[in-house]
Write a protein that binds this ligand. Structure first.
Ligand code: AMP
Ligand code: MG
Length: 476
């Protein structure tokens, strides 16, 4: 079934704590992801097989919780996997490795005052969102299964306990480097750097300055990732440095949400009081996190501190320019332009300003621009928007050009996203025992760019009432 390696255990012992997962005997698999089992070459043919594997005494022999630190909402703390255990690094057979992690499987050395458990609601949400992200073509952790443990756990109220079986190229994060830098030795920092390079970016291992090359590649990966979030209207909600991966995968879908009405200041998370991680702040925050990454790497970028800072700055100073290029290139594709002509940037800015002022739905606006036969009616009957559309259309000189543009747009503008009200409904009904809606939603979200007949209501924004009162919780 799993073809496990434990390369992480070759790191110094302070990077992990060997920990066995806690599994309750009445555990039941509620969701099993057959597509990913196939992709990872896992021979899990049914739900029982997964349970019997996890309960077998010979498995999970060398499972471990990872040590890490992180800046949470700007404040530095020592953290670690308090409710997650990696049971091994699965080799798919083509020398591709994926961490297999059980999230919610009990107390570890890093649990502090927590119970190490996870609620069924939050793990169903993570399953749903991570799968939606994958099909939206966004680099993400994947979910293999949601297990209902049969335990009751205490949060604000009593809730069902759950374990998410998650896979990721690697769970190493910016916070892992901060841990090595501030709680470990220079040797630790060197070891986690070369481990990360060997595991994730072997192509840079022969660079003159591998630490600097790692900073550069992680910065690029994270820019690509956040650009993609902006493309589909995704708000991560808790972009702390411990939730910023070195692999460039999005993960830890806690208080995340998708915007409906376009406004860059949108925040849904109940704990994000100052809007630090608002939709439009995400580029700024990922740069902030990359700066923390750079600081952690300084001692091994160069032995001379001043020189190290200079070298790190030579990478970081490229951030704004790269961001701008990649962001506008993405936005251009959303309106059918295969260009990166800076003279056209104002056309995007104008559109976004209009969408904000006219309180337009982000996903619907781009969907309607991309699909001629979606709705006969206008997107919005406002003169300013009609004028923008006229201006936009003048860029296409022939019917063929328009057809090509719309093809490009349809590949970049999803029709179906996990709208907050749908996610809410799916989770509530699943927790009450009815898996029908969540399974249907998962099927629809697996083809987000294709028009699907008979499910138009899954494209629609929520009611004004829902939108105004909707908040997300960390839901641990
Ligand atoms: P997260 O917000 O899920 O990224 O978690 C932030 C930190 O809190 C990590 O160190 C988690 O391991 C820890 N944590 C979250 N929930 C629990 C819990 N129920 N028990 C122990 N630690 C937890
Ligand atoms: Mg986390």
């Amino acid at each position: 079934m799993f073809n496990f390696d434990y390369s992480y255990l070759s790191l110094p012992k302070n990077f992990y704590s060997l920990t066995k997962p806690h599994l309750n005997s009445s555990s039941k698999v509620l969701l099993l992801n057959e597509q990913i089992c196939h992709e990872l070459n896992l021979k899990i043919y049914n739900k029982d097989k997964l349970i019997s594997f996890l309960f077998s005494k010979n498995n999970c022999k060398k499972s471990y919780a990872q040590a890490y630190a992180g800046h949470q909402f700007g404040y530095f703390t020592n953290l670690g996997d308090g409710r997650a255990i990696i049971i091994g690094e699965h080799n798919t057979g083509q020398n591709k490795y994926f961490d297999i992690q059980l999230k919610g499987s009990g107390i570890t050395k890093f649990s502090r005052n927590g119970d190490g458990k996870a609620t069924l609601e939050s793990m169903l949400k993570e399953y749903l969102i991570s799968e939606a992200m994958y099909y939206l073509n966004i680099s993400s952790s994947r979910s293999l299964a949601v297990i209902k443990t049969g335990e009751t756990i205490l949060r604000r109220l009593k809730e069902d306990g759950s374990i998410l079986v998650r896979s990721m190229k690697s769970h190493i994060r910016v916070g892992t480097f901060e841990y090595a830098r501030y709680f470990g030795s220079q040797d630790d920092l060197r070891k986690i750097t070369s481990y990360s390079i060997n595991r994730l970016y072997p192509q840079i291992s022969n660079c003159v300055n591998p630490a600097l090359a790692l900073l550069d590649v992680v910065m690029q990966k994270q820019i690509d990732l956040v650009v993609d979030w902006m493309r589909v209207g995704f708000i991560h909600g808790v972009m702390n440095t411990d939730n910023t991966s070195i692999s460039g995968e999005s993960f830890d879908y806690g208080p995340c949400a998708f915007i409906n009405t376009y406004n860059p200041m949108t925040v849904y998370s109940s704990i994000d009081h100052n809007g630090r991680y608002a939709f439009g702040n995400q580029p700024k925050m990922i740069k902030w996190n990359i700066l923390r990454f750079a600081e952690s790497l300084l001692p091994i970028i160069h032995i001379n501190e001043e020189k190290a800072v200079q070298l790190a700055e030579s990478v970081i100073k490229k951030f704004d320019e790269i961001w701008k290029k990649k962001y506008y290139f993405m936005m251009f594709r959303k309106i059918g332009f295969d260009t990166n002509d800076i003279k056209l940037f104002p056309l995007i800015d104008e559109l976004l300003l209009l969408m904000k002022n006219l309180k337009m739905d982000y996903t619907t606006t781009f969907s309607l621009l991309s699909h001629d036969n979606l709705h006969k009616n206008q997107i919005i009957n406002h003169t300013d928007f009609i004028n923008w559309q006229k201006k936009w259309t003048t860029f296409f000189k022939s019917k063929k050009k328009i057809r090509e543009a719309k093809y490009l747009m349809r590949k970049n503008n999803p029709l179906f996203i996990p709208r907050n009200h749908l996610v809410d409904k799916a989770i509530k009904s699943a927790v009450s025992g009815d898996m029908g809606f969540i399974n249907k939603l998962l099927v629809i979200l697996s083809k987000p760019y294709e028009y699907q007949d008979g499910v138009e209501k899954f494209m629609k924004p929520p009611s004004k009432n829902f939108e105004e009162s909707f908040q997300t919780f960390c839901g641990t």
